[in-house]
Design a protein around this ligand. Structure first.
Ligand SMILES: [Zn+2]
Length: 213
């Protein structure tokens, strides 16, 4: 089981890179596994990552011996699993347009109906905290709240989550696309943002649609 999950993580990490969302080895992703998680190791880029190098650890930070060091953002991943039993996979990256917005501390409004994939009408900004810290983990979990599946990290990047890895990856790709669209609208005078009523209809449609895959 864990072998299949490890292979899926390598594939997802490479997909993230291929889609242009990763820069160097700056992205990281994880999957809940048993009572703990599997997470990408620090400093190993997608092209070099082997399934056996994916790190198995508890949500409290205990790693089985003989492994590489986990991503420096493991606190952030663990905090999300501890706060949200519905989330089983987390993707973090510094994708360009999401990061541009995050650097302005500007949340991402409902400029396009696909924002419903995040289960919110606006993608919030987690206040700035130093990378790798418990403070950043706490601000990220708080920004996601009870049902959100994405947030921007001030002056840092984005976090996307889902019930499984392919959904979390899909959310990350959509957040970057929405951010690019929003940046484009800001450049030509600003967007007309969808109303809460419009978005309520979209959320209903998404629920009715069931599997968005
Ligand atoms: Zn980061």
């Amino acid at each position: 089981m864990s072998e299949i999950l490890r292979e899926a993580m390598v594939a997802a990490y490479q997909q993230l890179q291929a889609a242009g969302l990763g820069t160097g080895s700056s992205g990281n992703l994880s999957q809940r596994c048993g009572g703990g998680m599997l997470i990408t190791p620090t400093g190993v880029g997608p092209a070099e990552l082997e399934p056996s190098q994916v790190v198995s650890m508890s949500l409290e930070g205990e790693c089985e011996s003989g492994q590489l060091l986990p991503s420096s953002e493991w606190h952030l991943h663990a905090a999300i699993y501890l706060a949200r039993p519905d989330i089983n996979a987390v993707v973090h990256c510094h994708s360009r347009h999401a990061t541009i917005l995050a650097c302005t501390h500007r949340p991402l409004p409902a400029v396009h109906y696909m924002i419903a994939i995040t289960a919110m009408d606006e993608i919030p900004i987690a206040p700035y905290a130093t990378f790798g810290t418990l403070a950043l983990a706490a601000s990220t979990a708080a920004a996601l709240g009870e049902k959100g599946l994405a947030c921007l990290l001030a002056n840092h990047g984005q976090v996307a989550a889902g019930a499984d890895l392919s959904r979390a990856l899909r959310v990350a790709l959509e957040v970057e696309e929405l951010a690019a669209i929003y940046c484009g609208t800001l450049a030509i005078g600003g967007a007309q943002v969808l109303s809460p009523e419009d978005m309520a209809e979209v959320h209903k449609g998404f629920a009715h649609y069931g599997q968005q895959d």
